[in-house]
Design a protein around this ligand. Structure first.
Ligand code: HMG
Ligand code: MG
Length: 302
């Protein structure tokens, strides 16, 4: 069966933009987030409090986040931000962030390239972040990257993913997002991982899926996850995205492609597809190239 409702975790302003070469003006980012909220998205990842040299595109987090204060009043909008360490947490808390995400890796190579740490060192780095966030009543998402394949290490064994997933949840994360960072997953693999996670006692209701669409499988993978009981799906407006530290990462599952499928299935998302498409067309103009989303193209060429 399928859920009645899916919560879309919109990552366009963070995952979508972090890999853009030319720096997008802060005002454009704020307008993007505002339009996403007006289109009915309620969980809108806004930016990252990472080292500005590591992700120059998001170096304006201190300027951007306060500009979004009024957006939280549109419906029940929440604006999660990425935080790798205590320094990032301090920055996020100082601006009143109510939801954060730490981001671990199932593979050693990506942990090293993305966080300059081993897998276990990064877990130790997250430990005080999660503890302090929880004390402050802040909701914590734990991202786990390279859950299906890694550009340097190849296929990633399910048991290796399960170990780090469990470790993240044991730190106290409220939610786990399974990242197919480079978009190599196929539906059978998704079901295999979800089944293995079921065996660890991590409730399926706390698991989200985060597919990049490199091989065009993101939507099929999502459907497999929904049939398995998942109700949180990460997507990026217009299919923007990619990770600067993951060779061969392309855009995320496009939110419009997801909403088109869910609308057709009668699964409620609260998103107005017309308003969202218009937002992605506008954002594509800002970036100077068309959206890769099939749904955006189809709906905007009518
Ligand atoms: P490091 O070089 O090991 O940092 O980087 P450090 O702990 O040695 O600190 C060095 C200096 O940086 C210190 O300053 C710190 O204060 C400063 P100094 O004392 O030398 O003057 N510093 C910071 N400054 C501002 N904000 C901070 C911060 N932290 C340290 N937060 C670090 C380690 C984690 C900082 C670095 O590796 C980093 O920022 N990485 C972020 C990479 C990133 O954002 N990647 C993209 C997001 S992950 C992703 O896209 C995947 C996902 O979408 C899911 C999927 O698709 O799989 C989530
Ligand atoms: Mg990603």
């Amino acid at each position: 069966g399928l859920p009645d409702r899916v919560r879309i975790h919109e990552v366009g302003a963070r995952d979508g933009l972090q890999n853009e070469k030319s720096v997008v003006p802060t005002e454009v980012k704020a307008e993007f987030v505002r339009r996403l909220a007006e289109a009915g998205l309620t969980t809108i990842e806004a930016t990252s409090f990472v080292h500005p040299k590591w992700v120059p595109q998001l170096a304006d987090a201190e300027q951007l986040f306060p500009m979004l204060a009024d957006i939280a009043e549109i419906g029940d909008v929440t604006l999660p931000v990425l935080v790798p360490n205590e320094r990032g947490l301090d920055r996020a808390l100082a601006l009143g962030a109510r939801r954060i995400a730490v981001f671990g890796s199932a593979t050693e190579t990506f942990a090293s390239k993305n966080l300059n740490r081993t897998v276990d060192e990064s877990l130790r780095m997250f430990e005080p972040v999660v503890a302090r966030a929880k004390d402050a009543g802040v909701h914590v998402r734990g991202y786990l990257s390279m859950c299906f394949g890694d550009p340097w290490e190849g296929a990633v064994p399910v048991a290796q993913v399960v170990r780090v997933a469990k470790a993240l949840m044991d730190l106290g994360c409220d939610e786990l997002s399974l990242g197919d960072t480079i978009g190599v997953a196929t539906p059978g693999h998704v079901m295999e991982l979800l089944s293995a996670l079921n065996g660890t006692g991590i409730p399926t209701g706390t698991i989200g899926v985060h597919f990049h669409d490199t091989y065009g499988q993101a939507l099929s993978n999502t459907l497999a996850a929904l049939q398995h009981g998942v109700t949180t799906v990460d997507a990026s407006a217009g299919g923007l995205g990619g990770c600067p530290y993951a060779k061969s990462a392309t855009g995320n599952l496009a939110t419009e492609d997801l909403v088109w499928m869910l609308d057709g299935l009668g699964v409620h998302t609260g998103v107005d597809l017309g308003a969202l498409t218009a937002t992605s067309v506008w954002m594509a103009e800002q970036l100077g190239r068309p959206s890769p989303s099939r749904t955006v193209r189809a709906l905007s060429h009518k």
